[in-house]
Design a protein around this ligand. Sequence first.
Ligand code: NDP
Ligand code: MG
Length: 386
Amino acid sequence: MNKRNIAILGATGSIGTQALDVVRAFPELLEVSVLTGARNVALLIEQALEFRPKAVVITDESAYKTLKEALAGTNIRVLSGVDALVEVVTDPEIDVLLNAIVGAAGLKPTVVAIEHGKDIALANKETLVVAGELVMGLAEKHQVKMLPVDSEHSAIFQCLVGEEQNPIEKIYLTASGGPFRGKGRLDLMEVTKAQALLHPNWVMGAKITIDSASLMNKGLEVIEAKWLFDLEVDQIDVIVHPQSIVHSIVQFQDGSMKAQMGVPDMKLPIQNALTYPLRMQNSFERFDFLKYPTLTFEPADQETFRNLELAYSVLRAGGDRACVLNAANEIAVEAFLNDQISFLGMSDLIEATLCQQKMVKQPTLNDYIAIDQQTRLVARDLIDKI
Ligand code: NDP
Ligand code: MG
């Protein structure tokens, strides 16, 4: 494999920092040429001084001066603001964009990178939730690879290697069930953000941790899977697997099923995406059968966790509905974390926002960006009225 040049958007986050662990493990294969962060300027400075990329971006403009001064003695280009994210991914030297930004803000950089022929290692699932059909169409047009980083999608992707001629009958996305697995709606009425932020198996950024507790994360992953693997909605099932060892399962037309397994460690799918198609030897943790004598599976409770049902319904409705769901959810999570709405109130807000926003059938990229912004205003307005 030739050395791969990577741009990491969201380098200061949970996926971003683990991606840099992977880069540290394979310095002969992976080279970083862009690093970006939003607010954590201290960490971005540290990363820039260690990895010496060509360019760094801090999207929070008020942190630009600090970053610029800290990197003054180097030849690293220092930029700030969201537009800079789009500019830096066009550098001809970049082979792969690892998009590890959180939220719909990841959409535009992905689109521009695809248009410039970069392969995409996609952690930012919101890109495909908001505009999956459009993004996958562009990836095909520009002949770039979409390499999933999300562990479930990485699992499906790995199970499909060598199966190009064999249609998928269905896929099972596994879900840990989150901290509130087994609870009913009455139990969930009073849960706090501290409880929701305690994920049993994974340490992740705040937004995806809340999404995991509310099962919206699995809903977003159903939508992500539809577009990544070109499936009908009914071909995608969710199964709760609390140990998070089986990362997902593909069932073929002969009834045979392939699953991908491993310890819950995001460095594995990140490495898979960055070194694909090679499986490089590493020293990350190995699976221990004695630690996991039993692997269990149970149905997902869509009546308690209504977000999963909402995600299926927007996918069936099509048009801009998933973009609206995503934007409403981003506002709902923010409001829950700011103690403005309750845990169950998040689904209510998303549903109310979907009702208020008129359906747009075939949005363009600019439409999606406008709908995302408009939806945020509607959702915030609804919160103010509560
Ligand atoms: P974090 O919140 O830990 O990190 C997000 C990163 O994006 C940080 O570098 C942050 O900068 C930056 N950022 C935040 N908001 C913006 C914005 N509006 N514009 C540009 N940059 C921004 O998130 P995670 O790493 O947990 O998740 C990243 C993505 O990966 C999400 O889409 C998530 O769903 C997906 N994912 C994450 C998994 C995980 O294990 N964490 C697993 C599977 C998927 P700063 O910190 O400097 O403010
Ligand atoms: Mg996942």
